[in-house]
Design a protein around this ligand. Sequence first.
Ligand code: AHG
Ligand code: MN
Ligand code: MN
Length: 340
Amino acid sequence: MAQNKLITMDEFTIQETRKFPQATGELSSLLRDIGLAGKIVNKQVLKAGLVDILGKHGATNIQGEEQMKLDVYANETLINILKNSSDCAGIASEENDDHVCYEDTFSANSKYVVLFDPLDGSSNIDVNAPIGTIFSIYRRVSELGKTCTKEDFLQPGNRLMAAGYIIYGSSTMMVYATKISVNGFTLEPSIGEFCLSHPNIRIPENGKIYSINQGNTVKYTEGMKSYLNYCMESNKEEGRPYSHRYIGSMVADMHRTLIKGGIFMYPADKSSARGKLRLQYECNPMAFIVEAAGGKATYGNGNILDIVPTELHQRTPIFIGSKNMVNKALEFVAEKEMVG
Ligand code: AHG
Ligand code: MN
Ligand code: MN
């Protein structure tokens, strides 16, 4: 039956938190703030094709404002909105060398810290392909009432309170996961609200698509190469080869994987022993979302979410997606070959 009432993300989150009498609503307002940042970034993304007309990074526009690169703009937008939020003690961003602790009293009394990749897939901006923002929310481990510390940002993914992404695609969507469920909200531009469009997302246990930068094959391990051959052959699960899809924006490739099923991989290779993708800004949040949706995420020797980070910008190999496909890949990618 067609649903005739739009449920906004705020309404939904508030209804969900009411199920937990001890919840204070801080997480809901943090999600709302991240959604607001997403809407502001989205407005700028929509104009990205006009950059040659409106001015490039460093140029000054007609109002005398300096034009910013989209990833710098997204980063500053998130940092400023979360600074003004009463529920965020500090942030760490893929774009900043170190974490940032907000110094005011409100922030010092806030329970949460947020980590983000402000603009994922930035090489796709020029070709109008989907890009995104990825975020993670942890409860801080440092003492409440004081400024946050580095330890707050070096927690393993299994301690995440929530994680999600905003995809700037053919429509703009925000997807977020808590331990209980994953839900997707599509931006309704006429009212400027994210509205529930994909309730209780479950990733199919099997899929027909593998997603990897196959141009790197020459650098892959023998196990990895044999798994790719398996994907390209008529395998017994499908009776035909899998399809290959790779956009090169993790958010876009993962959004498809979550909805349609499949496997996404960025393995270690001869030139990068830990792969390319960042544990804290890309892999942990995606692993948390996929696991909450019933899928699996591994670095080859164990769960992504169990890695205890030692540095903010650490990288990890990743195999993530439909449970049965990830398990199959693990049969090929022998333990001894994994560097992660
Ligand atoms: P970012 O734009 O935040 O630097 O991330 C790009 C990442 C990720 O989105 C994508 O999956 C991957 O880089 C693509 O890398 P390759 O071009 O090496 O395939
Ligand atoms: Mn990224
Ligand atoms: Mn980025």
